[in-house]
Design a protein around this ligand. Structure first.
Ligand code: FE2
Length: 318
């Protein structure tokens, strides 16, 4: 009887999974799992040095790494009146970093977000480096692209009325999305931060229904949490983290105010929130994360650091 039940529940899970996947991304998922190569890319005889190689190995082995670099904005996030003071500071550095608009009043989740212009020197000189390219390229082992326009976000404790369901451990579509987080203020365990279960980027999720609130999925999460522990994306202002949010279990943990800049890379347009009807749809919904217009000057500079146009395919306005 017991066996029959197990077989029954396994079959039911598998069918549910296929139904869910076929609706969402079954074939994309399959395609995304192949050819994750172990080749370390180099270009024009330029190779990652030992510290960057160590970071690449951490990405491969654990799905998360703190990069051997610091990226600062020339101001800290204030303890009080954070939105106004951050807007004032951002205005002083428009020659380095252009923002779309002032940070708005926070939403019910306490988020205040503005989009960033990657034609800014901040991105061209500090972020899209040869090292970052070779690391991400080596991790994917194939084509990838920036997924959205990068954003700067404040998660403000005093305005948070509700928590997003990102606080459940989950996967971002199982398609090896790589996220970069740059800390704009010091974060400790009591701050809002991302938690990540190392090594889960190497798990095969094919026979798992990863709808985050499912009981069986959360049981699996508990098992992996026990087995591998939890890494916290906390540290000092200027610290930069990279993690595979696509295939590695992660969640947001809400606490004291966090400021961050976030970039995301992916393999498929589906998650880039961009399509040919982009303008009509997105302007209606007031979501402008979709596309980027790269100037010829920016494209030239990016290319010098190996970031050819194709690595912006998902977001570059045709
Ligand atoms: Fe996520």
């Amino acid at each position: 009887m017991h066996n029959n039940e197990t077989i029954f529940s396994k079959t039911r899970n598998l069918l549910g999974h296929i139904k869910y996947r076929s609706k969402v991304n079954f074939f994309r998922y399959l395609a995304s799992q192949i050819n994750l190569k172990n080749k370390d890319y180099s270009k024009d005889n330029y190779k990652l040095n030992e510290v960057w190689k160590k970071s690449l190995n951490e990405m491969r082995n654990f799905g998360i790494t703190k990069l051997p670099t610091k990226i600062f904005l020339p101001f800290d996030i204030n303890k009080n009146d954070q939105i106004r003071t951050t807007n004032d500071e951002l205005k002083k550095i428009t020659s380095q970093l252009k923002v779309d608009s002032n940070l708005p009043n926070p939403n019910k989740f306490g988020f205040s977000l503005t989009l960033l212009d990657i034609n800014s020197d901040f991105f061209l000189k500090k972020i899209f480096t040869k090292e970052l390219f070779l690391l991400i390229k080596s991790y994917y082992g194939k084509k990838f692209s920036l997924r959205n326009r990068p954003h700067l976000r404040l998660d403000l404790k005093e305005f948070r009325k509700e928590e997003k369901e990102h606080n459940y451990f989950h996967l971002d579509h199982c398609e090896r999305q790589v996220h970069m987080v740059i800390l704009l203020n010091d974060l400790d365990e009591n701050s809002t931060h991302t938690q990540y279960i190392p090594e889960t980027n190497k798990k095969n999720w094919l026979f798992v229904n990863e709808e985050r609130k499912r009981k069986d999925f959360q049981e699996l999460v508990s098992k992996y949490k026990e087995q591998y522990g939890v890494k916290k994306v906390i540290g000092k202002r200027g610290d930069v983290f990279l993690f595979d949010a696509g295939n590695g279990l992660h969640r947001a943990c809400y606490g004291d105010t966090r400021g961050m800049i976030k970039l995301m890379w992916a393999q498929f347009r589906k998650y880039a929130h961009w399509d040919k009807n982009y303008l009509t749809k997105k302007i209606e919904t007031n979501e402008k994360q979709g596309f980027i217009e790269l100037s010829d000057k920016s494209l030239k500079e990016l290319k010098e650091n190996f970031w050819d146009k194709e690595y912006f395919n998902l977001v570059n306005k045709p």
